[in-house]
Write a protein that binds this ligand. Structure first.
Ligand SMILES: CSCCC(=O)/C(O)=C/O
Ligand SMILES: [Fe+2]
Length: 179
């Protein structure tokens, strides 16, 4: 099953709203893949023993994992963190997230610098490539529990835009040529 994604409108309204264009402009899984974004749909009810998750982790070297609960009563410095997650940024490594409960949005930039919104619901595992500009927000339900995966020791540092001089950014942009 694919993941739902669409081009965003430019309204300044609440970030938690869907922000679909009218008429909507959906983005296909193939278009996401061309930007380096990959998705799996898993059974989050069995995440602790899921052989499919194990297989993905093994084959891709996702040795590290932890779980983050994004809710005002559970996450220390909730408001500050949400603000930080919604600042446009990049990382030096892939961002790999698996939604175990609840819902959220990842927004990514396409080649022409337009925002694409990716709707993450329970069971969605996504990888965003190192160097892609992106941001994250809860939706109007204000709750998500997510597994964070990483190759080796995690590095959480994010670099807010502009970060165009980073080698990883240049590598990412170069990887889009011809794809
Ligand atoms: C779903 S985990 C919180 C978001 C995050 O870590 C990040 O880097 C968003 O881009
Ligand atoms: Fe990020």
């Amino acid at each position: 099953m694919g993941i739902e994604a669409w081009y965003m409108d430019s309204s300044e309204e609440d970030q938690r709203k869907p922000h679909k264009l009218s008429p909507p402009r959906p983005v296909s899984p193939e278009q996401l893949q061309a930007l380096g974004v990959f998705h799996w749909k898993l059974n989050a009810d069995i995440y602790e023993t899921d052989p499919e998750l194990e297989q993905i982790r093994k084959s891709r070297g996702y040795s590290y994992m932890d779980i983050i609960t994004i809710h005002k009563d559970k996450l220390p410095n909730y408001e500050d963190k949400l603000k930080m997650f919604y600042e446009e940024h990049l990382h030096l490594d892939d961002e790999i997230r698996y939604i175990l409960e609840g819902r959220a949005y990842f927004d990514i930039r396409d080649r022409e610098d337009r925002w694409i919104r990716i709707a993450m619901t329970t069971g969605d595992l996504i990888t965003l490539p190192a160097g892609i500009y992106h941001r994250f927000t809860l939706d109007e339900t204000n709750y998500a529990k997510a597994m964070r995966l990483f190759v080796g020791e995690p590095v959480w540092k994010s670099y807010n835009r502009p970060a165009d001089d980073f080698q990883i950014r240049q590598q990412y942009v170069a990887s889009l040529q011809g794809s």
